[in-house]
Write a protein that binds this ligand. Structure first.
Ligand SMILES: Cc1cc2nc3c(=O)[nH]c(=O)nc-3n(C[C@H](O)[C@H](O)[C@H](O)COP(=O)(O)OP(=O)(O)OC[C@H]3O[C@@H](n4cnc5c(N)ncnc54)[C@H](O)[C@@H]3O)c2cc1C
Length: 400
């Protein structure tokens, strides 16, 4: 069987479902192919910080009600190191706060909007090959319910994350991959325990980084730096809680049932260009950041705001300028976020061969960041997205 549509979208992560939604609002048909089940994508625990520009993008797209009801607005973060605790006041420094709202909740809202609109989204449909991207009608071969099918379209948006076929197709056409792997990973838990603080705590400790975050007044999201290649067997529950208490300097951190646990490798990666013929990459298929800067989901949402605007201008208005400058329009923001995420990672993590000298360098930089208003403002601008340009680009995606 061959299906036909205007934009074939691979992946129902934040990038894929937001793109489908923005196109639908612009009156453009698309089909979303997702290789996992609906239940799986709606429960997949990953990122949880939305820049104000991302939150506004979701509101403007009509999917911000639950975010406004259940999301937690934070005016700053705490930085802890060497027995000290300092608050970086984002609101005072930039006039903007951030929103804590789980990525799976963003996906849930957008999948529901898609289903309410009666628009096609196929779960457990695995894209296997993209063909004909230099031709008028490219197509995607996918397997669905035991059959091989074709989705014929005008444009292909590969929003299929780090292990999808979009990036591989782009690399086979000569795209360049810039990559850095870090010697550490994050062990993350979601736990049924009330947050120990009202805002995120980023902790630098000589035994390694830790992050205290939350998803609701009763559920916390906590992370520990572990060496890359570490397995969960090496981290029994007792060891996780004890390391969290020590590194976060929260001796009273309450234990709770662990609802989710996983170890995520840390990588920085950018594919250039993000477009070839009628194929576009968006989100993690095009770039990966280590999670320390909380940029992954925000970059994915901002990419598709730009892409939706470009496709709308082309399909509805017959103009292709924005479409052909998609890569250029995204890369400046992407590299700014890459820089900031790498900066935060190096600042807050211990490298395997670091000595006492390095430890004192980390502490000196952290003291500077928390005592200089210029340095604090720079961190606040980057963290909230004022410096990464997400807000302006997200807005341009909606204005078209
Ligand atoms: C394990 C993990 C943990 C993370 N934790 C954090 C965090 O704590 N903080 C943070 O800021 N960021 C985190 N991130 C980054 C953030 O979650 C991503 O940047 C974000 O998910 C990007 O969204 P996306 O839509 O581009 O890709 P994804 O969310 O990866 O979505 C891609 C979708 O494509 C589907 N897919 C893949 N291949 C195919 C195929 N062949 N056919 C059909 N569908 C396909 C996948 O199933 C998936 O649903 C994490 C990422 C990962 C992988």
């Amino acid at each position: 069987m061959t299906l036909r549509t205007s934009v074939g979208i691979i992946g129902a992560g934040p990038a894929g479902v937001l793109l489908a939604h923005l196109l639908h609002r612009a009156g453009i048909e698309s089909v979303v192919l997702e290789n996992r089940s609906r239940d799986y994508v709606e429960r997949r625990v990953r990122a949880g910080v939305l820049e104000p520009g991302s939150a506004q993008l979701l509101r403007d797209a009509g999917v911000g009600d639950r975010l406004d009801r259940e999301g937690l607005e934070h005016g700053g973060i705490h930085l802890r190191f060497g027995g000290e605790s300092h608050r970086i006041d984002f609101k005072e420094l930039t006039g903007r706060g951030i929103f804590v709202y789980g990525q799976q909740e963003v996906v849930k809202d957008l999948v529901q909007a898609r289903i309410d609109a009666g628009a096609p989204i196929l779960f457990e449909a695995e894209a296997r090959e993209i063909r004909g991207i230099d031709e008028q009608r490219p197509s995607i071969l996918f397997s669905y319910q035991g059959h091989q099918e074709w989705l014929e379209c005008d444009y292909v948006a590969a929003c299929d994350g780090s292990h999808g076929i979009g990036r591989a197709t782009m690399l086979a056409r000569g795209a360049v991959m810039y990559e850095r792997n870090y010697p550490h990973a994050w062990l993350g838990i979601l736990a049924a325990t009330p947050p120990a603080a009202d805002e995120l705590i980023y902790a630098y400790h000589e035994r390694g980084f830790a992050l205290h975050s939350m998803r609701s007044p009763t559920v916390s999201r906590l992370y520990l730096q572990v060496p890359s290649g570490e397995t969960l067997e090496e981290w029994p529950v007792e060891r996780i809680w004890s390391a969290l208490r020590q590194r976060l300097n929260e001796p009273l951190l309450e234990e709770g049932e662990i609802l989710d646990v996983g170890i995520t490798a840390m990588t920085s990666l950018v594919i250039e260009p993000m477009q070839s013929g009628r194929l576009f990459l968006a989100g993690d298929s095009a770039h990966i950041v280590p999670p320390t800067g909380a940029k992954g989901m925000n970059l994915a949402l901002a990419d598709v705001a730009v892409l939706a605007a470009a496709l709308t201008e082309r399909i509805k208005g017959g103009r292709s300028e924005t479409m052909s400058s998609y890569t250029v329009n995204c890369l400046q923001r992407v590299w700014r976020a890459e820089y900031f995420s790498n900066f935060m990672t190096q600042l807050l993590h211990r490298e395997p061969l670091e000595d006492d000298f390095d430890n004192r360098l980390h502490l000196a930089q952290l003291r500077y960041l928390t005592s200089s208003s210029a340095a604090s403002r720079s961190l606040a601008e980057n963290y909230t997205g004022a410096a990464t340009g997400t807000v302006a680009l997200a807005k341009s995606g909606l204005d078209s």
